[in-house]
Design a protein around this ligand. Structure first.
Ligand SMILES: Cc1cc2nc3c(=O)[nH]c(=O)nc-3n(C[C@H](O)[C@H](O)[C@H](O)COP(=O)(O)OP(=O)(O)OC[C@H]3O[C@@H](n4cnc5c(N)ncnc54)[C@H](O)[C@@H]3O)c2cc1C
Length: 492
């Protein structure tokens, strides 16, 4: 006879939808937990598939490294990433003047973090599967999950996936894991099934000054000249902020390049603006060359941007920064013994603009917390999944609030608001250095401390705001008392 514990334990088959950072990391974590039959469905053709508009760089910090430590991958990560301690930025002005400096908002006291492109990180996880876990993890590329249904009575799941040659493959997992990002089909299916009034699987959205900004990526050669003489070449481990010559709303653009370890990897220059900027009206390669040559007179654009890349850039839709959002339901368990369970991780449950660099780190922390919940519950899913939700949800809520306030004005989308934000940032930093027991550093600094959960960070930030208000009130009362005292003294 099958007991409840046996049906719920991890020895049965697991299907993970999405082979991005969260999906492959979850597969490795479950394999380490003893699960022997894991299948990952990934709609992209390969782990290192290059998509110019998704070629953003990750900074895997101490939070993400809790999981790479668990998987034994941090040493490899350090070999393929650029350490944050070596993060130098060269600012290139339109007149060609350059200035190189260390970025001041990185906290030097924290664990070294590593910069690397998304595809290099996904490949690192995939290579670990290929090397050590092939016997229990199968990754199916070019395979898109298209339908999830419940088989009535038994409460078993049926998952249908389409391959690139239009074949349909069916799965009946005991545990379904949704790591399929922002538009998660797994979460959307749970939303349809959830007949309670709780909206557990509905994404709740919150405003942010950076939500709705559009981004496009210009792919550049691994090394390229920084001036028309061709004497100075871009260095792969150096970050660049290349300022455009155009001024004013709708025209001003900058190119942002993050550091890379691999000298043979193409560089990606991010362009981030409001949707009504001129750059979104460029329709063909001629218009792209014309705009970029005028906008960046300091760069030999025709030597850097190939005609094919100019055409691709013109045709690309780019992307939009999402609104900060989360859902409160992180799991689903059927009522009867033997019924399947579903759990959600990563962008499928929380998503926000890249201001605080926590997208990938929070996804890896989800996996870490799920691992802790499985260990604590002796791998019994009906205990582990509610535990995962109760531990993780308060932090997800705090994370979304932090994404709204920590660093949303960094894209120069509103210079005055950015200046005010900078004043607030340095004021808090100053207060925290002078009176550390009363005032905490700004959120952007605290986030870099991986030993703090997001909920603790938000608590510290809110307490500091209250203390600043109390201080301001005390100052106002002090000044008023002084004025009244002087007035009274002058009446006598
Ligand atoms: C412009 C931009 C810049 C960003 N910059 C940063 C940054 O600097 N730092 C940072 O930490 N984060 C950044 N992020 C966020 C980061 O990319 C995500 O938070 C992180 O990738 C989350 O990983 P994930 O595995 O949960 O989701 P994803 O990375 O979205 O992976 C989901 C995977 O599921 C696959 N998939 C989806 N649907 C299906 C389906 N039906 N069937 C099969 N496969 C499917 C997708 O192909 C994808 O591979 C950025 C995001 C954007 C949009």
């Amino acid at each position: 006879m099958v007991t409840a514990k046996e049906t719920n334990c991890l020895s049965r088959n697991v299907l993970i939808v999405g082979g991005g950072p969260a999906g492959l990391a979850t597969a490795l974590m479950l394999a380490k937990q003893g699960c022997t039959n894991i299948t990952v469905l990934e709609k992209r053709p390969a782990a290192d598939y290059y998509e110019p508009d998704k070629s953003f760089n990750y900074l895997i910090d101490g939070r993400g490294q809790k999981l790479t430590d668990l998987l034994g991958l941090t040493e490899e990560l350090s070999k393929i990433g650029v350490p944050s301690t070596e993060f130098y930025l060269t600012l290139i002005k339109p007149n060609g003047n350059q200035k190189t400096f260390k970025v001041p908002v990185a906290d030097p006291k924290r664990k070294t973090a590593y910069w690397l492109p998304r595809r290099a990180f996904v490949l690192l996880l995939y290579q670990e599967i290929e090397k050590n876990w092939q016997h229990c993890i199968t990754v199916l590329f070019n395979t898109k999950c298209s339908e999830i249904s419940k088989i009535a009575e038994s409460e078993k799941l049926q998952v249908v996936a389409e391959t690139d040659n239009n074949n349909l493959v069916k799965f009946a997992p005991d545990l379904l894991v949704g790591c399929d990002g922002f538009n998660s089909i797994v979460r959307n299916t749970l939303k349809q099934w959830d007949d309670s009034a709780s909206d557990r699987f509905e994404m709740k959205c919150f405003p942010s000054p950076s939500a709705g900004l559009r981004y496009k990526v210009l792919s550049l050669p691994p090394s390229f000249p920084l001036d028309s003489s061709g004497k100075e070449q871009a260095k792969c481990e150096m970050a660049y902020a290349i300022r455009g010559a155009f001024r004013g709303r709708k025209l001003a653009v900058s190119l942002g390049l993050l550091p890379l370890k691999n000298p043979d990897e193409p560089r990606s220059a991010n362009i981030i603006t409001w949707p009504d900027y001129k750059i979104w009206e460029l329709k063909n390669s001629h218009q792209v060359y014309d705009f970029f040559e005028k906008a960046f007179p300091q760069l030999p654009i025709s030597q850097i941007v190939s005609p094919e890349e100019a055409e691709r850039f013109a045709k690309s839709e780019g992307g939009k920064f999402p609104t900060p959002q989360y859902c409160s339901g992180l799991y689903f368990v059927g009522d009867s013994i033997g019924s399947a369970s579903v759990v959600l991780l990563g962008d499928a449950i929380h998503c926000f603009p890249p201001d605080i660099g926590q997208g990938v780190n929070s996804a890896l922390e989800d996996v870490f917390v799920l691992n802790e919940a499985l260990s604590k519950s002796d791998r019994n899913l009906s205990v582990a999944l509610p535990l995962y939700e109760s531990w993780r949800f308060p932090d997800i809520k705090a994370l979304i609030r932090l994404a709204q306030i920590a660093y949303p004005w960094q894209y120069n989308q509103a210079p005055l608001r950015r200046a005010l934000w900078n004043i607030n940032f340095f004021f808090r930093l100053l207060l925290s250095r002078s009176l550390p027991y009363i005032f905490s550093p700004p959120a952007f600094f605290l986030i870099q401390n991986h030993q703090l959960f997001y909920g603790e960070i938000l608590g510290k930030v809110q307490r500091t705001t209250q203390n600043i208000l109390v201080l301001a009130l005390m100052l106002i009362c002090g000044v008023l008392a002084l004025v009244m005292f002087r007035l009274q003294a002058s009446n006598f």
